[in-house]
Write a protein that binds this ligand. Structure first.
Ligand code: NDP
Length: 471
């Protein structure tokens, strides 16, 4: 189905896309691709709604965002199960991460509106920060609700109509979110949802007449294509792309915590997290104890039914993703790295579904593929360094720059290292990520920031109106 103008409509497309449960391979639902006419109609309705928020105050929009957050919370368990079924995230993790991050995004955006000044004076000129217009939003499957919330909430806050295309792999929870937004009172026309594959529907949405800005989360490969399209159309674009993030352990003091938290950040959502800490950098003399710890901790991740609250490692979201991850591990072995645990076979006790094994690889050197490419699976690489400057060179040595972590007994030393990491977000000694802080990347991890005030500013354009003092 396709949503625009305040109701669901027949998608009109000829292609039917099965939504699979990755734990079993069985069909959960089927979506029908939005036809080109339906995509155009959704964008047209959004363009017609450009001024619909004009009469609303920031506080009213903040209130609406909180109503959506309440509605998400009310249906949290049902939605957590839906995400678990369509993505494969273990239910405990869906309850802890998938849902609360989406709820928090609406609430924190509501709070951030109050900090923003949409209008300020500069001498006798008025500087206005106005809604940029119709946003075409494209999101991936790994955190479907949260990543959709990262686009819907700031669009509402800024007063922009938005048309969203979730991934065909996991579109179900986002369709419920669209219903909740509508029921909460998002004005007619200002919200559209189109369904189908990226190659057809995503491309058509990016190019549709009436789109004023594109906000994309996904792989660097697709992001580069969209940026090229946007460039030809002279449309602003915000890109939240892939990562190959490093955790650098500078000394022995916090080794066990560092390894435990890095493994957890790497294996979260079966490694399908853009900010996954997939490279663990340790001084050469700590390599052996690090390997021992990492293997022991990885052994605690048992693949199993994602609906079982005890499961810590769910399946990957698709067969294609599984093949990709297994190929990376095999290539690492061929390139001379040492696969300490896991590997490219199916995990024990799992008969069907797209399960990868919790894998730790050592003797990885920075030029190996496994150290450079985003894997998006439960695969941790251990790299050894001689001194701090080499650690920094390795950490900053990929094309990406999304997130990072540093561990050191001396907090000042850790801070100095963190400030030299080329990453949009760095954690020191296991500090949890502040979910209100801006999030985004350097280099091939994209440009633009989401969350909080910075996230709303992405959807605003500046206008200066000059008048004489007494006019
Ligand atoms: P993809 O780039 O394959 O897909 C992302 C979205 O783009 C999907 O909705 C997809 O549609 C769509 N798409 C694919 N091709 C096109 C196209 N030519 N034109 C327009 N849209 C298109 O990424 P994945 O879904 O595989 O997601 C994983 C990637 O997302 C990883 O690289 C990860 O790091 C990144 N990511 C980044 C985050 C960040 O904040 N920086 C957060 C989370 C993930 P469909 O799937 O329906 O074909």
């Amino acid at each position: 189905m396709t949503f625009w103008g305040g109701r669901w409509r027949d998608s009109g497309g000829s292609s039917r896309i099965p939504v699979l449960n990755p734990a079993t391979g069985s069909i959960l639902a089927e979506s029908v691709e939005s036809s080109p006419e339906q995509i155009r109609a959704a964008v047209h309705a959004a363009a017609a709604a450009r001024g619909v928020w004009n009469g609303s105050s920031p506080s009213e929009r903040a209130e609406l965002l909180n109503v959506i957050a309440d509605a998400l919370e009310e249906r949290a368990e049902e939605l957590a199960l839906l995400v678990t079924d369509e993505v494969g995230t273990p239910i405990a993790e869906s309850r802890r991460m998938q849902l609360p991050t989406a709820v928090h995004t609406f609430r924190s955006t509501a709070a951030a509106i109050e900090d923003l000044s949409f209008r300020e004076m500069l001498g006798t000129s008025v500087i206005e920060h106005c809604p940029i217009g119709v946003v075409a939003a494209i999101t991936p499957w790994n955190y479907p609700l949260y990543l959709a919330a990262c686009k819907l909430a700031p669009a509402i806050a800024a007063g922009c109509p938005i048309v969203i295309k979730p991934s065909e792999i996991a579109p179900l929870a986002v369709t419920v979110l669209a219903d909740l937004c509508h029921a909460a009172g998002v004005p007619e026309g200002s919200l559209g949802l189109v369904q189908g594959s990226g190659e057809t529907v995503g491309k058509a949405l990016v190019e549709a007449a009436g789109v004023d800005m594109i906000s994309f989360t996904g792989s660097t490969r697709t992001g580069a294509r969209i940026a090229a399209q946007a460039g030809r159309l002279v449309r602003p674009v915000a890109l939240e792309l892939g990562g190959k993030s490093a955790a650098a352990v500078l000394d022995e003091a916090l080794l066990e915590s560092a390894v435990r938290q890095t493994v957890a950040k790497c294996f979260q959502n079966a490694g399908q997290t853009c900010a996954a800490l997939s490279r663990l950098l340790v001084p050469g003399h700590l390599k052996a104890p690090t390997e021992e710890l990492a293997v022991a901790i990885a052994g605690e991740y048992a693949a199993g039914d994602p609906r079982d609250p005890q499961t810590t490692l769910g399946p990957l979201a698709s067969k294609a993703q599984l093949r990709k991850v297994r190929r990376f591990v095999r290539r690492a072995d061929e390139e001379g790295a040492r696969v300490l645990c896991g590997g490219w076979d199916l995990p024990a006790g799992v008969g069907k579904g797209y399960f990868a094994r919790a894998t730790v690889i050592s003797d990885v050197s920075p030029e190996m593929e496994v150290a450079r490419e985003e894997i998006f699976g439960p695969v941790l690489s251990i790299l050894a360094f001689e001194d701090e400057s080499e650690a920094l060179a390795i950490a900053n040595g990929t094309e990406f720059g999304l997130s990072g972590a540093v561990w050191a007994a001396d907090a000042g030393r850790a801070m100095r290292f963190a400030r030299r990491m080329r990453a949009g977000s760095v954690s020191i000694n296991g500090a949890p990520t502040n979910a209100d802080a801006p999030f985004g990347g350097f280099g091939a991890s994209g440009f633009g920031r989401e969350r909080g005030r910075a996230g709303i500013e992405e959807y605003l354009a500046t206008r200066a109106i000059h008048s004489v003092a007494n006019g």
